[in-house]
Design a protein. Structure first.
Length: 166
């Protein structure tokens, strides 16, 4: 198992951590491959791990009772998936799927919870990230409800462009 060196992490959350906070997470971080179409979070199922994205794009998707789906937001190397865990929830009605294959640092939920109990600064940083996820979902809902398909596509392409190399 490979453990990351903080200075080599592309993930902005991991890179922004104080060294002491990174040290709380480092022993349990595991580099995993993200396969196109893979579901990292399944609706209404306990979340076992959070993933700090190094490369790739993931979508958070709301699933209606009739099976219809709509994207709530995208995540790349700026963030993590598993935000409900930061809010002390163990599951969500949403799913998270890989839209562009890549890599992520996987951290078991129990390891994250232990670290959050030991570091108020880590808790504050990750809760601020949770707020950005909420804002992105609200902006996505506004765009989907207000704009025609060409403007929504342009927004989505720009969001994806921000999260990939090249």
């Amino acid at each position: 198992m490979s453990h990351p060196n903080q200075s080599a992490c592309r993930n902005r959350l991991l890179a922004a951590l104080a060294p002491a906070d990174f040290a709380l997470l480092q022993p349990r971080l595991e580099l995993v491959t993200l396969a196109l179409g893979e579901r990292l979070i399944v609706p209404d199922t306990p979340i076992e791990a959070v993933h700090f994205i190094e490369h790739g794009i993931l979508s958070s998707i709301a699933v209606a009772s009739d099976g219809e789906k709509i994207e709530l937001g995208v995540v790349g190397y700026e963030g993590l998936v598993g935000v409900p865990v930061l809010l002390e929830a163990d599951r969500t009605p949403h799913e998270v799927c890989v839209q562009a294959a890549g890599l992520a640092w996987r951290l078991p939920v129990t390891a994250l919870q232990d670290a959050l109990e030991r570091s108020p600064d880590l808790d504050v940083l990750l809760l601020r990230y949770a707020q950005t996820v909420q804002i992105q979902a609200a902006c996505t809902a506004l765009a989907n409800g207000r704009y025609k398909i060409d403007r929504r596509l342009a927004r989505w392409l720009l969001m994806c462009h921000d999260r990939v190399e090249g």
